[in-house]
Structure formats: structure tokens, C-alpha cells
Design a binder for this molecule. Structure first.
Ligand code: FES
Length: 75
């Protein structure tokens, strides 16, 4: 799916009919943490440590975005 510039990844996922557990929707609680199978993430949350962010194997879909053309998530 494509994520429009004015929408969050979470909004695009929900628009596609896929349910992701959420709470804060601000990148602070960790509820929406989703496994990343492929790609590089532009992390914008305050949950993951710098080391966890650098691994690019999980992300908070409510605020973080792709930092590459294609991101593969385990939804
Ligand atoms: S819903 Fe809280 S970090 Fe995404």
C-alpha cells in the first residue's frame, strides 16, 4: 500500500482494513509496535532506544515512516 504524505502509516493500514492495537497514537506508549521484515525506518517515536531504532526490525506505526521506497511489515 502507498502511504500519502498527509497520512500516518497507521492511518493507511487502518484504511486498508487491517487492525493494529493502538493507544496514544503519539509514539509514546509502544502499543502499536510492529515488526519490520524489510526496509529502513524513519523512527519518530520516543519508545525505542537508539540501538533498537538502528536495528530497523520494529517500529511504531502511529508516528514513524519509511525512510526507503519500500517497507515490509509483519501485520
Ligand atoms: S499507539 Fe502509542 S506508540 Fe503508537
Amino acid at each position: 500500500m502507498n502511504v500519502p504524505p498527509d497520512a500516518s502509516m497507521l492511518e493507511a493500514i487502518e484504511e486498508a482494513g487491517i487492525k493494529v492495537p493502538t493507544s496514544c497514537r503519539e509514539g509514546t506508549c509502544g502499543t502499536c509496535e510492529t515488526d519490520v521484515l524489510e526496509g529502513v525506518v524513519d523512527h519518530r517515536d520516543s519508545v525505542l532506544t537508539l540501538e533498537e531504532q538502528a536495528a530497523h526490525d520494529t517500529m511504531m506505526v502511529c508516528v514513524s515512516r519509511a525512510a526507503c521506497p519500500r517497507l515490509v511489515l509483519d501485520l
